[in-house]
Write a new protein. Structure first.
Lengths: 506, 1064
């Protein structure tokens, strides 16, 4: 026994004799971690996160009456014209944490590096896109001080007025689009255009066009000069130039994910949207819609009941909840509310559906409107037709089976000719269709132009005083954490509710 | 001459009962010359047991010469004939012997029951006479831990120790426990005490369900990835209470000061058994069995059944499954569920009985121990089997513990303990979450849902989850039970070896090395294939998510301690000097896969997308420390300590920090010449210390790292900076300065005992993990700022009202009051605040300058100047413009009252404990309100709508009738949480233990020494609570600093069982 203890004693002594080889300084260096990557990869991360979140279905797409759910709880939102702030967090957090944080990071790294000038300009354009979506939805937002927590320890960014934001966005887009240069380094890792400078320039100027048009009501003069700059810079004219996030199985479309999982049976195409497409024999309806004819419950929305014939499509009327909609469905001759038409979750809103953010179709329609408003010269009718054509052709991006033939396109354009007297409305309606599934853009353009002329959602228990929701409300955590700056924004802009209009919305 | 260090080994040999240790009081004086000296040798023994006594003081009366006995109880002294030798030893009566002409003088000492002095294990494992301590400690006997036990043994301390608040989490048998000593000092960091076993710190990593927790061990927490929010247990769950000899809780900063940067939240010192009780070999067997049943506190409405907006499901659509805003029950009504099944529409009131099973815990421990005069050993093997109340949840733990102590020579001794445990935690339930959570689903299921049908219809024709509700993420609990799994297994080995060498008779050197090593394998299917809430997989694959993880952890502590002890007349001096090197490393390998080639084959290889992670953390702390104690005449003690720590995680400028302490103790009962008869013992304590916390600065928190996504997109890489907390290279550990005063009294011959402590601690350099604006790009930031002040007092009152005729009644009343106020954050402007946690739904926890820590905030009802609620034009209540405070979530009063009775071998004890003064935001009740199960939601149903009592925004009386469901759903849609804020306090009859000593029935010819049988019950009765439908004591979040944000956990249980202890 004594011997055993002696051995133990010796081994204890041996343990003491050894000590850590690593010094203190080395120990706190994380050798397995990466401290820097090519900023082009960071831009890729930012781009993929520009796809809007599921909250845009609950608010924006429902406000413009393209989709609707009769259900409350987590789906309470524009369907009942109610303020459900917890649901508005995702867009705010996704854009600030995963788009703007990354674009600011890239800018701080490459701003002064002449060999990465193109990457810097590309990043400015993506960042401008993200900020424009945010300010259009919320009004005054953190802009000049946003995304700087690491770079300059700014933890509670101030809110800038939308007017100031637009002034700077226009400057950013103008400078960046102009500075993109084919003689500079081509960023081949770019997932959007493979670094194609021409396409990036077109994106920059198309966004500038969008920004300029946004000011048509609040400042027509400014709008005119901005639009002129954009148009002369060269904007998108073909679908290959679209700003589209082509989701795949690993990077799924957020709305596609929701509409194929938890809320598969809870979302329907809204009647105003279906009726518009039906009444004009729009060939897009058969690409977009599906009806599970005779479905009496969610589980009965099975493949064998799926009917994509435009003639049977029935949109869900606005203004009902799941207590009142069954009677309405019954009166319409449907088996249940599960029998209304849905955006086809096997095609246009499948989990891997591409998300179109800035398209040639939208751009051409804006040009048509710009001509109509006298901002630029050109043929409004041609731009209009091209805008429609491009959107119909864009359908095939989702699924080959959704492709619309040139004959169908031509037929539609012939049957629905451009009329100068109703031009603004026609363009507005087409822009609305063209922006289907891009809720923030559809919402912004609807507020600016007032088109299409929608009937206010009649749901009785509304939180709004006006007819439509005019802006989205700030997230609860922002009110709690950044309250001084939120209060300053409210003092400037108006109450933090769904009624207050943003600056450009006159 | 003895030293304490030496004694710490040797006293073990002489422990008289397994619950008491005795340490000699060492007296020494110098007597260089004695005339006509003769050499006297002898042995001193215990008169009762015959055991030899080391460390007995022998002085020559009238002179200052003396000596002490050695390890074997032998002494040698030079004395002259006729002089008197005084033998004294703590816990024994002194004996005076006149020296004759003999050279051999053996003496036996009688125990002195009245003057027993308690020995306390203090910091670094140093044992001290309790009366010397200038700070508060509490010692818990092994009985208190092992007789009436719970799977995580710390939970059995609930209500037993003044100033210590232990909370079980409602997370299943393998779950963690939350321990707070003297409240919460850290705003956003950790508040868990250091765990020290046999003098060496061990790991207590918490794998709790930490949703929305800013201050958790995020880097090594559960990876999750959706669907898994379970409590994977903590470091204390590997310990078998049968191996514990004693446990000391060092409550204040001064007590723990020698642990410096690790001492902020106090220390739990556990001493495990290292030798047998008597001489020779002993065997003991302990068996503990308890059966447990869910406590059903649900008090739902059963007047209206399943449905929404007043409509019951009468056709296949639409079934809510979980909403009870349907029609009023009437006989003969039916409902249509599961796509066409017609069943009666009637209330079902016993959901807990229908779903939860009886749980059980069974622990068997066999231990073998031996001892001789030179040392001993204790070897134990234990198996614990626990079955949770959810049918697939179990926890098994096997432990082997070996303790050794041995005197290799007169100068060299060795002490060692090793503990190996193998734990298997199977399917710890998902809690505090909506999706995939059995407890949540069970709690909010519509009140007319037939449970047998829910079970029978868990699968559809394709074998996927049957969609029974429009809320697809409210997974059918029977589907989760059948399809989701989560396996955790851990192998853990911790222990240490100490060698002690007696350099001289007053100076000893000890070297010690301890290691805690564990490996933990875990796998789980975050989302089972076919779950309704899951989107489809790409063509050719089936959906689902599976994760496999392996972790390794190692902490090594090496220390050296030089300790000495000398007396100069009336003055005694104790000192120690030492150093410690701590090194800790944790590794994580984790791979998560999404979508499978082959259905129901949960392996990494079968996955479509594979996402691997490897993570590593290392840290080291080097320390030197020392302590010195001066005593005067055995009644006045002054003790000072200092420790300097150097941290690897900090920048060189901040790296070195000094932690000092000073304390004093005055035993006035001993100092007074004529102390009154009723005063048996009296002592005053005063202490001050500065300590810190090393865990708040995580390794590498100075740098920003980048990550590349595991999948390419369009053939190109994607990446970005990682983390949601802004890195800060200039952090330093927070520090705590604590003042403490106390008084200890024993009166009327120990019939009344009182121990009072008051303290005031200032915590500075708080590492504030402040939530920042999302618009900044990050979620939180860590900054050294902020100061808080904790004030409190704690008491232990023990009474012995009756002790006659064999009948004894003891009352032990312990409790504490504690309040922490935030003095500053970045500035000391009142009202400045940070958000430290957000509720899974709405409401949050804030720290606000000028207010008590842990303020619950949320939107309340908007009220006019006269206090009337204000309603909108649609009749719905309006919320306050800003979130308002509902008060602090931290309880102020925590304690327990134990009454024990014993009579002729029968003992009965009952513990009532309480926690008072906190507020909670009840997430369970939040769900119940908006789901229409809460009785509150009955208002307005009979009249077709709620007309809220109050005014409209014009100040007129509100007359608008709002739809019932929409009215109650404002808790969610408007985040108006005021209706679900409750007082979180409770009074509970926590434990009853009835024991009977069966030894006297054992025939003499059977080699059994001792048999004791106890009948135990835990969580016996809720005496008083303020929150409906739940037990306020079950909390879901194990997160370190999130309190008051309740979210549905596993129901608490009442257990009944027995404990059998047999000694051979």
């Amino acid at each position: 026994m004594k011997k055993v203890f002696k051995y133990i004693s010796i081994s204890v002594m041996a343990l003491f004799a050894t000590s850590c080889d690593k010094g203190f300084d080395e120990m706190n260096i994380k050798e397995i971690a990466i401290t820097g990557i090519d900023p082009a990869f960071i831009l890729n991360q930012a781009i993929i996160n520009t796809s809007p979140t599921t909250s845009t279905a609950i608010y924006e797409m429902t406000i413009v009456q393209q989709m609707v759910s009769p259900n409350s709880g987590v789906l309470t939102g524009a369907n009942f014209n109610q303020d459900n702030r917890a649901l508005l967090d995702p867009m705010w957090t996704r854009y600030y944490r995963t788009v703007i944080r990354n674009t600011k990071d890239i800018i701080s790294q490459v701003k002064d590096k002449s060999d990465r000038s193109n990457l810097y300009q590309m990043t400015r354009i993506v960042q401008a896109y993200a900020f424009m979506v945010m300010t259009d939805s919320f009004g005054d937002i953190p802009y000049s001080e946003a995304g700087l927590a690491y770079i300059s320890a700014n933890f509670k960014p101030k809110y800038d007025s939308q007017e100031a934001i637009y002034t700077d966005l226009v400057k950013e887009l103008t400078e960046a689009s102009a500075a993109l240069s084919a003689s500079g380094k081509i960023e081949t890792a770019d997932i959007l255009y493979g670094g194609d400078i021409t396409k990036w320039k077109k994106l920059g100027y198309s966004l500038l066009l969008r920004a300029g048009m946004r000011l048509s009501e609040v400042s027509p003069d400014k709008a005119k000069s901005i639009v002129a700059t954009a148009a002369s810079g060269g904007v998108m004219s073909q679908n290959s130039e679209n700003f589209v996030v082509k989701h795949d199985a690993n990077y799924q479309n957020p709305n596609g994910g929701m509409l194929n999982s938890t809320e598969a049976n809870n979302w329907y195409l809204a009647a105003p949207f279906v009726n518009q497409l039906k009444s004009t024999n729009d060939p897009r309806l058969k690409s977009i819609a599906v009806r599970y004819v005779g479905a009496a419950s969610g589980p009965q929305q099975s493949a064998d009941k799926a009917n994509r014939d435009p003639a049977v499509q029935t949109g869900m009327p606005m203004g009902y909840d799941n207590g009142t909609i069954p009677a309405v469905a019954k009166a319409a001759g449907l088996a249940s509310f599960y029998d209304y038409s849905q955006a086809d979750r096997t095609r246009i809103v499948k989990t891997t559906a591409p998300q179109h953010l800035v398209t040639a179709s939208q751009t051409q329609l804006l040009l048509a409107e710009a001509v109509q408003r006298g901002y630029i010269t050109g043929n409004a009718s041609e731009y209009y037709a091209k805008g429609i054509t491009l959107h119909m052709q864009q359908m095939a991006d989702h699924d080959a089976s959704m492709a619309i033939s040139q004959a169908d396109i031509d037929k539609y354009i012939t049957e629905n000719p451009f009329q100068a007297s109703k031009a603004l409305e026609q363009i507005g309606v087409q822009y609305w269709i063209s922006s289907f599934l891009n809720g923030p853009e559809a919402f912004a353009n609807f507020r600016r132009t007032g088109f299409p002329k929608l009937t206010p959602n009649p749901y009785p228990l509304k939180d709004i005083k006006g007819e439509f929701i005019n802006r989205l409300t700030y997230q609860n955590s922002e009110i709690s954490v950044n309250s001084e700056n939120v209060k300053a924004a409210i003092a400037r802009m108006g109450a933090d509710n769904l009624d207050t209009k943003v600056w450009w919305d006159k | 001459m003895f030293t304490f260090a030496k004694c710490s080994t040797k006293t073990l040999i002489f422990m008289k009962r397994f619950r008491h240790l005795f340490l000699p009081i060492i007296l020494f004086s110098i007597s260089p010359f004695v005339m006509f000296a003769q050499n006297i040798t002898g042995k001193v023994t215990n008169a009762k047991t015959g055991e030899t006594l080391p460390g007995v003081s022998i002085v020559i009366k009238g002179s200052n010469g003396g000596t002490t006995t050695d390890v074997d109880g032998n002494y040698k002294i030079q004395s002259s004939q006729g002089s008197t030798l005084v033998f004294s030893y703590v816990g024994f009566m002194s004996k005076e012997v006149t020296v004759g002409n003999q050279s051999q003088l053996n003496v036996s000492l009688e125990e002195d029951a009245k003057n027993l002095s308690e020995v306390v294990v203090t910091a670094l494992g140093i044992k001290k006479d309790a009366k010397k301590l200038g700070y508060a400690t509490s010692t818990i006997t092994s009985d208190a831990l092992s007789q009436n036990r719970q799977p995580n043994f710390m939970n059995s301390l609930q209500g037993k120790v003044a100033g210590v608040n232990v909370q079980g989490m409602g997370t299943g048998p393998g779950g963690s426990s939350k321990i707070r000593i003297r409240g919460q000092s850290s705003i956003t960091g950790q508040n868990s005490p250091l765990i020290v076993i046999n003098g060496v710190p061990v790991d207590n990593t918490n794998f709790g369900a930490n949703q929305n927790n800013a201050g958790s061990d995020a880097s090594i927490g559960v990876r999750g990835g959706g669907g898994v929010f379970s409590d994977g247990g903590d470091g204390l769950s590997s310990i078998n209470p049968d191996d514990i000899e004693s446990m000391t809780i060092l409550k204040g900063a001064t007590a723990a000061a020698l642990y410096g940067s690790r001492a902020k939240d106090g220390v739990i010192m556990i001493t495990t058994k290292s030798k047998g009780e008597g001489k020779g070999l002993g065997v003991s067997y302990n068996s503990n069995f308890t059966s447990e049943k869910a406590l059903d506190f649900t008090d739902y409405q059963y007047e209206y059944g399943q449905g929404e907006n007043g409509v019951r499901p009468t056709s296949a659509n639409p079934t809510s499954g979980q909403w009870s805003f349907g029609e009023k029950f009437a006989p003969g009504m039916t409902q249509v569920l599961f796509d066409g099944v017609t069943v009666p529409y009637e209330p079902i009131k016993n959901r807990y009985d229908l779903f939860y099973r009886r749980g059980q815990n069974w622990t068997n421990t066999v231990s073998l121990s031996g001892s001789d005069t030179k040392g001993g050993f204790n070897l134990s093997m234990s198996n614990m089997d626990s079955k949770g109340i959810i049918a697939n949840n179990s926890f098994n733990r096997k432990t082997i513990n070996l303790g050794l102590t041995y005197n290799l020579s007169k100068k060299l001794s060795i002490n060692s303990s090793m503990n190996y445990s193998n734990e298997k935690n199977t399917n710890p339930p998902n809690i505090a979450n909506q999706d995939n959570s059995i407890p949540t689903s069970v709690s909010v299921m519509a009140n007319s849902m037939p449970w047998d049908l829910l079970d029978a219809k868990k699968y559809d024709a394709q074998g996927n989850e049957f969609v029974y509700s429009r809320f697809r993420n409210r997974t059918n609990p029977y589907f989760v039970l059948a399809e989701q799994f989560h396996n955790i297994s851990r192998d853990r080995m911790f222990g240490n070896i100490a060698l002690k060498y007696q350099l001289t008779d007053w100076l000893a050197l000890q070297g010690r090395v301890g290691q805690d090593y564990w490996s933990r394998d875990e796998d789980y299917n975050n989302f089972p294939t076919g779950q309704a809430s899951l989107g489809p997989a790409p063509a050719g694959f089936v959906n689902g998510r599976y994760t496999q993880e392996a972790r390794r952890f190692r902490e090594i502590n090496k220390d050296l301690l030089l300790s000495g002890n000398k007396e100069f007349g009336n003055i005694g001096l104790d000192f120690s000097l030492g150093g410690n090197q701590m090194y800790r490393r944790s590794d994580l390998n984790s791979t998560q896969v999404v979508d499978f080639v082959v259905r129901d084959k949960y392996t990494i290889m079968n996955g479509r997308v594979k996402d691997p992670i490897y993570d590593l953390q290392e840290r080291a702390v080097n320390s030197v420390y020392g302590s010195a104690e001066i005593s005067y005449k055995g009644f006045l003690f002054l003790n000072a300590t200092a420790r300097n720590d150097w941290f690897s995680t900090l920048s060189p400028a901040n790296r070195s920090i000094l932690y000092p302490s000073i304390s004093g103790s005055f035993v006035f009962s001993q100092a007074m010449k004529n102390s009154p008869d009723w005063l048996t013992f009296g002592k005053l304590r005063l202490a001050y210390a500065e300590v810190g916390s090393d865990l708040d600065v995580a390794p590498y928190s100075n740098s920003l790292f980048y990550g590349i996504n595991s999948n390419l997109f369009a053939g190109q890489p994607l990446g970005s900076s990682q983390g949601t907390t802004v890195p800060n290279p200039n952090l330093k550990p927070m520090s705590v300065a604590e003042k403490e005063a106390g008084i200890e009294l024993k009166l009327f011959d120990n019939k009344v005992g009182l121990d009072l402590a008051v303290y005031n601690k200032i915590t500075t350099d708080q590492i504030v993990s402040a939530q920042i604006s999302d618009a900044s790009g990050f979620v939180s930031t860590l900054i050294n700022s902020g100061q808080s002040r904790t004030r409190g007092f704690e008491w232990l009152l023990s009474l012995n009202p009756v002790n006659r005729g064999g009948f004894k009644w003891d009352i032990n009343f312990n409790g504490s009051y504690n309040k922490t106020k935030l003095l500053s954050l970045l500035t000391d402007t009142p009202g400045e605040r940070i958000t430290t946690g957000t509720h899974i739904f709405n409401g949050e926890l804030r720290q606000v300058v000028g207010q008590e820590l842990g303020q619950l905030y949320g939107f309340g009802f908007r009220r006019d100047d006269k206090g009337n609620k204000v309603f909108g034009a649609n009749g719905l209540p309006l919320r306050t413009p800003d979130q308002i405070s509902f008060g602090s979530a931290l309880p102020n009063w925590v304690g327990g009252i134990t009454n024990s009775f014993s009579y002729k071998g029968v003992s009965l004890s009952a513990l009532v404990d309480f926690s008072l003064g906190g507020k909670m935001l009840s997430g369970t009740n939040f769900n119940l309100v908006r789901h229409g199960l809460h009785k509150m939601s009955l208002e307005g149903r009979d009249t077709g709508g709620v007309v809220g009592v109050g005014v409209n925004d014009k100040g007129e009386v509100n007359t608008v009738k709002a739809p019932v469901q929409a009215y109650w759903e404002v808790v969610r849609s408007q985040a108006l949480v005021e209706p679900v804020i409750y007082n979180s306090g409770f009074w509970k009859l926590r434990q009853i233990t009835l024991g009977y000593d069966l030894s006297k029935f054992i025939p003499k010819n059977i080699p059994v020494n001792n048999v004791r049988l106890s009948v135990v019950s835990n969580n016996v009765l809720m005496l008083k609570k303020w929150v409906p439908n739940i037990d306020p004591d079950s909390f879901g979040f194990t997160s370190d600093n999130i309190v008051g944000l309740e979210s549905t956990g596993v129901p608490t249980t009442r257990s009944i069982g027995f404990n059998l202890n047999v000694k051979f």
